[in-house]
Structure formats: C-alpha cells, structure tokens
Design a binder for this molecule. Sequence first.
Ligand code: FES
Ligand SMILES: [Fe+2]
Length: 427
Amino acid sequence: MSAASPQSATASANPTAPLSEPFEWPAEGVTRAPYRLFSDPEIYALEQARIFRGPVWSFLCLEVEIPNPGDYRTTTVGEIPVVVTRHREGKIHALVNRCAHKGALVCLKKKDNVATLNCVYHAWNYELDGRLKGVAFRNGIRGHGGMPADFKVENHRLQPLKVEIFCGMVFGTFADDIGGVESYLGDEMANFIKRNLGRPLRVLGTHSQIIHNNWKLYAENLRDSYHATLLHTFYTTFKVNRLDMDGGIILSDRKWHHISFARRAKMTEAEEYAQSKVHSANYDSALEGPGLLEAWEEFDDGITHSIQTIFPNLCVQFTLNSLAIRFFAPRGVDKTELFWIYLGYERDSEEQSNMRVMQSNLTGAAGLVSLEDGCINEFVQRGTRTSPQSASFMEMGGRQVASEKQSRATETAVRGFWQGYRGIMGF
Ligand code: FES
Ligand SMILES: [Fe+2]
C-alpha cells in the first residue's frame, strides 16, 4: 500500500480483532509517526500478532551460547516465552516455553544443561526437540485415575518454531510461508553481517537493562543517525563518531533493515588524547585512561563505526573494535528489556580480547551512550503519551525512503522502519 494513502486497520485481511478506534496514518506518510503508536495497548497487542507471530525472523540467541548437547537458553519472541535447545545429535530447536498440559513455563533458568525438559507442575517430561515423552501417573494409581485409554503422548508437544542459523545467530519464526533468513535480510544486509559475524565467535560478556519506553522508540533510536553527534557528546569529543566523518546509510530492499557506517580518519588518536587536551565546542577535556580509544583496523573497507538493524528488534554494532549485539524485547506498551552481548572472535589474541572489553565501555553499561539512549527514549515516551493524536516530524535529509551513501544527516532509516512497519501492520 502507498505510504501516502491512510488505511484503517479494520481494512486488513488479518484475522486479529480490529482496533476499537480506527487508526489513520497521517496523509504525509512515513515522515510522520503518530504518538498513539507508542502508548495504545490495543496496537501493542496487534503488534504481537502481526509482527512477532507474523512473517519476520526473530533473533533467538547465538549458537555459541548453547554449544553442547542438552544446553538450553530461554528468550522471548515479542512477549512469547521461547526456549532454544541443542539436541543430542547437535541440532538446534526452538520451542514455545509453555507446557502442553496447563501452560506453565517449562524451562525456568536463563541457561542450563539438561537431559530432558521437565515441567515442575505435574512433571510432564519432554525430549529436547519438544516431543512429549512421559506423563506422571498416566496409568493412574492402583488401577484408578490416570489418563483416558485413548490418550497418546504423540498428540502433545511443545510448540516448535521454524529455526535457521545465519553467521552463528539462531533465528526463529512462527510463519510457515516465509523464505530463508538470507532472503529476509537481502544481499547487502547479509553481506555486512558476514563481514562482522562470519567467523567463529566468542562471547566476552552480557548485560541487560530495562528501559521505560515502547519498543519502537528504541527501533527508531538505533536508526536515528541524526542524534548521535548531538546527544552523545562523548563520541563527538573523542571523534569516535561524528556526523562530519565520511559515512552514510544503506537501507535494505524492503527498507526495514539498515546499516549506518562511518570512517574514522585516523586510528592512532589515542596517543593524541594522552598528550594534549582535546577541545570540544564547550569545554576542554582529556581522558584519564586514553587506552579506551586504542584500536586496530580490522577490515580493509575503512569502516570504523557501524550500526546495523534487522527488523524487528535486533542490532549488530561495531564501534572501533567493540562488536556487540543488541536485542530489545517488548515487555509492555511502555517497557522494553534491552540485552547486550559483547563479542570477539575465537581467533583473537588475549590483547585483542582485552581491547574489545575495554572499548565496550564506549557504549555499554559503564559508558555514557547507552545511558543517554535509555534516558532519551523515556523522555519521548513521557512527552508523547498524553498526545496520541499528535505525530513526530521526520524530514531531515528529505522525505524519501532511500539509501544515502554520502551523509548521515538524515532520518531516512527511521522512515524506512515506519515503511516496513506500515506494511506488516496493514496501517
Ligand atoms: S502444567 Fe506442566 S505438567 Fe502440568
Ligand atoms: Fe544513541
């Protein structure tokens, strides 16, 4: 449907119940995002059906997080609890983490290693591929009680998701009629993931944080290259990422994934900071630990900073040598859980691993960048929640939804997100 032709959600062929108040996208199209999208619980519920249970591939975990037979890792797709297991012969399965008896969560830990999956409520017992294996008291006790004679374990199981692994990332989907992950990504996106993750990975650390905003504000924020120079003064001051650097934006074929990339002029600036004060617009500052900015050039394309988003809720980030996956899971209309996984490569030397860990402070829990993003998204949530009828204005870089390889002073990737969102939601 054309971005300029507003449609009511009730017009969609999707069987989910329509909204009690029809939704109209502003006539200006994706240069506007109605604030109602960030605070309406009905729209939030519709997203769970149309996006997270719909035709998308969701990031579940990394293959290296479950290396051994019997390993499992719990996660969510939207708000649906999911467990990813590695079966005895090595195959990875993804299952809805909900017992086929009365719906209790089966796997309760973040990670574990088990022989079978056991529900604590009535001890129903499942194979690692989700098939029901055993039911307690199936034949009753002393000839009384038990399941009816026609009960068959084969008729009950944990609901499976379709699973695919791409560059060490395990993806899952509830959709039957969806192509593979690589075609979902498109060539340019897939190739950049291969650049960053296409060799054996090592997890260096993880952390998570709750942010008090709708999940789509974080999806926007990751695509918003306009703010990085202005909000994140640390980046600007120390030339990690500035809008005047050589860089641009690449949108995927369907516009809903993106890459923002930049080239830092020199990789030796840490020395500069150690010797002299660096002047920013408003103050003098110098790093007590200039080692934070020590970096080496990993690729011959000159790109030293990149943010890549994969619709709906995944980001791969490479800032200097800090490689990280960010995954943000909706936890309610105004609450999101943000997960960070810091990565290196198996082939890294100890010194390289240490440098990656040090640089994780540029964006991670101890750095300022993630703190600022968490904060600013909440400010938008608080500023917009009482004005659902108003909309944002996003015309930086023009009104088009297209790659912009010369500049990041543009909101084109945010418009791309909304174009993808409108398509999948039927708005
Ligand atoms: S709910 Fe799982 S065994 Fe009863
Ligand atoms: Fe940011």
